[in-house]
Ligand binder design. Sequence first.
Ligand code: NDP
Length: 396
Amino acid sequence: MIRITLLGATGSIGASALDVVARHPDRFALFAVTAASSVDALLRICARFRPQFAVIADEGRVAALRDGLRAAGLPTIGLGGAAALAEVACAPECSTVIAAIVGAAGLVPTIAAARAGKRVLLANKESIVCAGRLLIDAVRCGGGELLPVDSEHSAIHQCLAGARVAGRDVRRLILTASGGPFRTRTDFAGITPEEACAHPNWVMGRKISVDSATLMNKGLEVIEASWLFGFAASRIEVVVHPQSVIHSMVEFVDGSVVAQLGTPDMRTPIAYALAYPDRIDSGSATLDFSRLGALSFEAPDLARFRCLALAFAALAGGTAQTATLNAANEVAVAAFLDGRLPFIEIPRVIEATLDAVHAGEPASIDAVLAIDALARREAARRLERPTVVAAGVAGR
Ligand code: NDP
């Protein structure tokens, strides 16, 4: 029996993971589930899966969690606070950790799981964007493994299977992007959070939905792919593929291109990573080729989608820059979702923050967290557009 800690159980990836786990009760059991503050959703999960631990990151909600567990007569132990997330991620009773917290908040528990030698199923791309080599080293030192949950990276992992020496045999990695809801839109003024979150092919949490609309999601994925598979940015290409049927591709030195296809359903990459190297049923629908129609491809428009260009530049600049990029993006996206920042201003806030933060390469997770905190402060200061002072007016 594989015992799983599911970080971010109440989210979109959490729901898909629970669905796959429920299909294989003979194989998987939940050891711990976590959430930020959604007590009721966590209680429903506990009632269904009866994990040993339930953790709520917001300590102010732990009493409500414990009361709910007691009232329902559940054996689950309720814990609270950020430190408890890391505790259940590295507990000896679990062997697999699904890292599905959104944002840099997932970094510390993900690193804890990696150091403890777990099989880490990484959905929380922000943690590898922030920590880069530190996360890869933590996995190596811990003796565990890191398997991608992102559909693009899962596709590349599958395409690379069988390549003897991946680095030498591969010409380039080709990440596909749906292009998001604004692929053909030329005027980004007045975009609402509802429009930005209405992804044409995937149903996801609100932060990643906005990232998909700006193409920052693809930028974060380029950085993630660079670390996961050990390729420089120059060997990673992004191609827009609106149907989201090909999840990504690998081109080998002999000219062969291997692609992984499937319906857009996150249960597929989750099931792949949970059972690897076996294959198990994920519940996803069969791809019906007779009804697919044409598959199309186009180059991303880096002028309209500046976030993707910023991500490529940050990757070339090193981990201090990718951590800054991520923090500024989180601040800008949260402000957009709160109605405090126009959609069109998101790349400006990120670029201005990257210009303002000059940090050395982080040698520890504490250093990463310090850069993250600094970048968040700088980004918050840049949410207001600076007042333009007309020549000759300053000082009056
Ligand atoms: P959601 O917003 O749907 O869920 C986020 C989860 O993280 C919730 O369980 C939430 O708890 C928890 N959480 C949020 N903030 C904190 C915090 N500060 N401390 C602890 N827990 C926290 O996000 P998604 O499921 O869409 O995405 C999760 C991750 O997976 C992201 O990194 C995303 O980029 C990645 N991903 C998502 C895909 C998708 O299809 N959704 C596809 C590929 C990658 P609560 O409910 O209490 O707020």
